[in-house]
Design a binder for this molecule. Structure first.
Ligand code: 1HN
Length: 357
């Protein structure tokens, strides 16, 4: 049977009534009551089989953005910025909405030696992924986390955080936040607070959760587990773990590690998911199509991706946006490449509709 006949046999019209089909006085009467008919908009809200997407497959080249970020360091003192950030805006959403994908905000943040980005906490959840430089730190609820290249640092919703820089040279990191969702919920706000520098608890979660399979003994008896036991995930450990995983993973399978809560094995944050991938040289990697949107940051290496037919050739420091339901091929050209993924799969799972195909 023709699929269109099947649709009509199920009682679904191919096209629904339009606004113009309604008498103007009827429309005015209901509009005056702040009421609108659903059917002219129904197919737009619920397209058949695949969502409508404005997000473009897109790439921001680090080499192109970096000079402007450094210039911002000259143009705008930290006191006038609080957070000196250039936001990566997906062209499919324009420059106003400040989104890389519908759910993921991404910015590149610069801190210079001696600067302090003051303490605050807010309802959106954030992570930092360090791109270059050394000697900066983020203090999260009193825990002082060093920031070295490739480190992932979590600042969960409503956790106090501030950034400082005790080294030399610029430090740049990528911020990823669930801000678009929280803002859409009309729930986004911040509170400023005093510096936490008086009570630094140096990198405590790193020392407690040093190795997979080993937990602080006392935590076994805890009825209430800490919501965010591990705050920092150092790149040196993740890179080594990826190398070991690669050595036992068949050539046609993904070498990818999820950043999880070590107490529960669940994604380390409730809204966004994070993973690191070793892309082996010289072979195409075709992940399953996913309902989640995502952002990929190139930690090391060179390569190219075809995303919904768009070819993006990437190198170290570049950042890519992937729409929901994207058809994706990645390949490393040259040596192995290392990718950091941010996705909204945890949010989609919580809402009950995450799919991969
Ligand atoms: C924020 O708090 C930081 O703490 C960075 O470094 C970027 C973007 C939007 C809202 C809050 C930070 C942010 C942000």
């Amino acid at each position: 049977m023709d699929p269109l006949d099947l649709v009509s046999s199920l009682g679904h019209a191919e096209s629904l009534g339009r606004l113009e089909d309604l008498p103007p006085e009827y429309l005015k009467a209901i509009n005056d009551l702040s009421v609108a008919p659903l059917w002219p908009q129904l197919r737009g809200l619920l397209p058949r089989h695949k969502p409508a997407r404005n997000t473009q497959p897109f790439m921001w080249r680090y080499a192109e953005v970096r000079p402007h970020l450094l210039r911002a360091g000259e143009l705008t003192p930290i006191e006038k910025a609080e957070r000196r950030v250039l936001v990566l805006c997906n062209p499919g959403h324009g420059l106003e909405r400040l989104v890389a994908t519908p759910t993921i905000y991404v910015g590149l943040q610069l801190i210079l030696p001696g600067e302090l980005a003051p303490t605050h906490r807010h309802t959106p959840t954030a992570v930092r992924f360090v791109i270059e430089g050394s000697g900066a730190y983020t203090t999260v609820n009193g825990e002082k986390c060093p920031m070295e290249k490739g480190d992932l640092i979590l600042t969960p919703a409503l956790n106090w955080h501030e950034h400082g820089h005790e080294g030399s040279g610029p430090v740049v990191w990528m911020d990823a936040l669930d801000l678009p969702m929280v803002y859409a919920m009309e729930a986004s706000y911040a509170i400023e607070g005093p510096s936490q520098r008086s009570r630094p608890d140096l990198d405590a979660s790193q020392n407690k959760y040093r190795r997979a399979g080993l937990l602080p003994y006392a935590s076994l008896g805890q009825v209430q587990r800490p919501q965010y036991p591990q705050i920092r995930f150092p790149w040196t450990d993740v890179r080594e773990a990826l190398g070991l995983l690669a050595s036992v993973t068949p050539a046609d399978e993904a070498v990818q590690l999820a950043y999880v809560n070590p107490e529960t094995g669940q994604p380390c944050l409730p809204t966004l998911g994070f993973s690191a991938q070793l892309l082996r040289a010289g072979q195409d990697f075709r992940p399953r199509k996913r309902s989640a949107s995502s952002v990929i940051h190139v930690i090391e290496g060179r390569g190219e991706s075809v995303i919904d037919g768009t070819l993006l050739q990437w190198g170290e420091g570049d950042t890519l946006a992937l729409p929901t339901h994207a058809e994706v091929i990645h390949r490393a050209t040259g040596e192995h490449a290392y990718l950091f993924h941010v996705d909204d799969a945890p949010m989609q799972r919580a809402l009950g509709f995450y799919e991969d195909f």
